[in-house]
Design a protein around this ligand. Structure first.
Ligand code: 5CA
Length: 446
């Protein structure tokens, strides 16, 4: 993509309405535009990052054996009357009437609708286990939408629902989600700690939230800081192996880590003092096992192996897809702008032409662009007729992890400069070597 043809409306000034750094940088980098309180347009750069995050979520869900589908944003109120939640949900639910005066709502979550799909088609335990998920916009009329995409009213969520014949199988689904989430967040360059939580309007006793530590987080968290060193890495996980999956979950949930909702002073006091930490966190996901809370009232039953009709055991599992952009930026930035982790960056690399209009420099940039594209890596090429300083400032603000700087002086020696946004370190090398290096870095993150 050439910057001269792109739509990247960067702001020079700090927007007054933004209280936290991720919101400020998302506005300044031209990623989002507010349309109403808690409702945003995703401008091209923000949309690219959002799509990268969605892609990773899809890949890890599919790897875990979960199946994507797509449900609508608008739902009939009657479904929610069946579970009893239509009245319970209160003012957070946006209620709408259509022209026939039918009561509708903009879905804040999809337990009822997925249960309706399930009961219409599945009748036997032989079709289980089954986990269906989608990535779809949700609406919650939050009392205090704030911090940009962190607490929106309209926001993008991945929500998945498991259907299992008994509690044991459903707990395996719960564990499978936990492990797939750990992998998802790690690929985004985040450390998200599973913490025992409270279930709220979704219901059930088993629930964990995933928290990214950040001073600007909305939740107070209490933890043994050794949890922050745990990594899943590239280990081979067989998602059908109940024992292996449960073992990984035990590894990540044994050390003390709780939100203020479930915090237990006495248990916390057992943590060695040097490791006892109180901080704040951003909730980027939550998983629930709620047994037959929806299947019973809504009639989602299957015949089990003994020929009895039993309500299915369910859980639901959510990732705050749009919130993740804010969380990633909170976790990865400096005073010049965003620093995208390789896994989610909207463009892998930026090309800065120090002398636009110079035949040799222009040709070198075009050559780099072509070579990168041939390797499946789309660069953002700043081909504007601007001062070098302004080009660098834009690149630093939008935070692409790598920059290739091309100028006539280097080209005389046959080199360009490859710079890491994170460390600021630069290295001179031939254009071919720079392309190879970038390709290698991103192959490691694929
Ligand atoms: N049905 C369940 C799981 S699918 C559910 O709705 N869970 S939730 O309420 O915990 O939401 C899932 C995730 O969505 C949260 O962990 C959070 O990361 C994100 N989320 C919730 N509310 C908002 C909001 N107002 N703005 C942005 N993200 C949100």
């Amino acid at each position: 993509m050439r910057l001269s043809r792109y739509f990247l409306p960067v702001l020079k000034e700090n927007p007054a309405e933004a209280q936290i750094v991720s919101h400020r940088y998302m506005l300044r980098a031209g990623m989002i535009k507010q349309q109403a309180a808690g409702i945003y347009s995703w401008l091209p750069l923000g949309y690219r990052a959002l799509r990268r995050i969605e892609e990773i979520v899809h890949q890890e869900q599919i790897r875990a054996g979960h199946i994507p589908l797509l449900m609508p944003t608008l739902q009939p109120a009657d479904l929610w009357r069946e579970s009893g939640r239509y009245d319970d949900y209160g003012q957070e639910m946006l209620r709408i009437r259509d022209r026939q005066d039918r009561e509708m709502l903009y879905g804040p979550t999809n337990e009822e609708m997925i249960t309706d799909i399930f009961r219409s088609h599945v009748t036997s335990y032989k079709d289980l286990p089954l986990t269906l998920y989608h990535i779809q916009w949700k609406f919650r009329d939050e009392m205090r939408p704030r911090f940009g995409v962190m607490r929106g009213r309209e926001f993008l969520m991945k929500d998945g629902y498991n259907f299992d014949v008994d509690k044991e199988a459903a707990l395996h689904a719960y564990n499978r989600h936990m492990v797939s989430y750990l992998r998802t967040y790690e690929r985004m360059g985040l450390t998200a700690i599973p913490m025992r939580a409270a279930s709220g309007p979704i219901g059930g006793d088993n629930t964990h939230e995933f928290l990214v530590l950040a001073q600007t987080g909305e939740s107070e968290v209490f933890y043994d800081d050794r949890v922050t060193a745990l990594k899943l890495g590239n280990r081979d996980i067989d998602y059908d192996d109940r024992e292996q999956v449960a073992k990984v979950c035990a590894e990540f949930t044994t050390l003390y880590a709780r939100t203020d909702e479930t915090h237990d002073e006495a248990a916390f006091a057992q943590v060695p003092e040097a490791h006892r930490k109180v901080g704040r966190g951003i909730e980027v996901g939550q998983i629930f096992y709620f047994s037959t809370k929806y299947s019973e009232p809504m009639g989602a039953y299957v015949t089990n192996a003994a020929g009895e009709r039993v309500p299915v055991h369910m859980g639901s599992h959510g990732i705050g897809v749009s919130r993740l952009l804010g969380a990633i930026i909170e976790a990865s930035h400096d005073d010049r702008g965003i620093i995208w982790p390789e896994g989610v960056t909207p463009f892998p690399v930026g090309i800065v032409n120090l002398k636009q209009g110079d035949t040799v420099a222009d040709a070198a940039c075009a050559g780099l662009e072509k070579a990168l594209l041939a390797r499946g890596l789309e660069p953002l090429y700043d081909d504007r007729d601007e001062r070098a300083g302004a080009k660098f400032a834009t690149m630093d603000l939008i935070g692409l992890p790598w920059r290739i700087t091309v100028g006539p002086r280097g080209l005389e020696k046959g080199v360009v400069e490859l710079t890491s946004r994170r460390t600021g370190e630069s290295e001179e090398m031939s254009p071919e070597a720079a392309v190879d290096r970038i390709a290698q870095i991103f192959a490691d993150h694929a």
